[in-house]
Design a protein around this ligand. Sequence first.
Ligand SMILES: [Zn+2]
Length: 242
Amino acid sequence: MTVRTPVSATRVKVHFAGRQWPAFPVGAAEWRTILGTDPTTRPGRHALTVEASAAGGAGLVARRTVTVVRVAFPRREVTFDPALAPLLTREAAERERRRVAEALRVLHPSQLWADPLTLPLQGKVTSGYGTLSIYQKQVRGFHGGVDILAPEGTPVRSASRGIVRLAEPLPLSGHAVLVDHGLGVVTSYLHLSEIGVRVGQRIGRGEIIGRVGSTGLSTGPHLHWGLRVNGVRVDPIPWTAR
Ligand SMILES: [Zn+2]
């Protein structure tokens, strides 16, 4: 979403779906913010409010309504080898969540990616975005990305230009790489057998960042590819060329 103000604003605040969204200045009187919804967003009408303030305290408020449509996501039941059960603890999930939040605390303020994103590798999508995951008879939330089937060792390529923000093993996601593409857009590449980049590295579209594996909470070699916009996990497939 682009916000244009009649005069240069010093601050733009965006509210939607019960939270505030970061807005980034992209021109003299132009700001951009990228909104996302996920399967936990309430379907129906949501208020979108934009508040712009200029030097000297003058302010403008614009209001719009955004309708979030209901989507019926499939369910999948996953049964893991009991040896993996220790990975399914709340503590491990919390540790991973904190580590990811820390790595993504400061993101690049301008757009690095080019539309559309490219798929990190070619392969069959075995589990789509939004699928309700039931592990060991327990609902564990929705699938926050897509699983692409590929043999162990297949090169995994960055979906676009960006900066590596995380490149390390995580308790559930296994060997993981997170790439910051600017304006709050981040792609994730999980369960890798090998990581080929380091934190802070600038990478180009299609550059190899690692290799397919089955590390962490995984039932076989595949790539989990995810896309976050300002912290909300959205479906990466509509962002690719089709
Ligand atoms: Zn997955």
